[in-house]
Design a protein. Sequence first.
Length: 181
Amino acid sequence: MNLANFPGSTVLAIGCGNRQTEHGVVRLDISPSVNPDIVWDLDCIPYPFDNSTFSKIECFDVIEHLSNIPQTLEELHRILKPGGLLKITTPHFSCANSYTDPTHKYHLSYFSFDYFCKDHNLAYYSKVRYRIYNRHIQFQGGRFSRSIVSRLANQFPKLYEHRWAWIFPAWFLEFELEAIK
C-alpha cells in the first residue's frame, strides 16, 4: 500500500488503541471499534505497506501480545526507512502487569532486542539489524524507586535483572531502535 490516502504520513502507530487522528500518523489496530485508519492483525505478515515507508514506528504496549517477535521486528525493519526509528514500550518482566494480562505472550528484558544488533553472539537468529539508540528501565512508586533504584538499574542493567529485579520490580521498558540498512 502506498500512502496516497495518508499524505505527509511518516509515522506508523501500531496497536494505536483510542489514539486520536493526527497529521502525519497512520493508526493501525486489530480492533475496528477503536476506529483506526487501517484495521490489521499484526500477526498477519506482511503488513500492507511498501518497503522503506516510515521514518518512525511506534509500538507502545503491543510487542508482548504478538506471536513472533523476531518475525515482527523483521517486518517493521522492512517498512522503516534507512535510519528510521522503532519506538517500543513493554512491561518489564518483573512487573506484575506483565503477568496479569492473559494476552501477554512474552515477558521482556532490557536485553531482549540485543539479538537484532550486529555484535550480539546470537544475532544469527535474524538477518535484520538495528542499533539500540536508547533504552530505559522505568519505575513507578515513590521517590526511592524512581530515582535511586532507577539510576542504579539503568547504570547496571545486567546486575539489576539478575539480582534486584524481584526485590525492586520495574514498571516498563522503553526502547528506541534505529533500522540499519
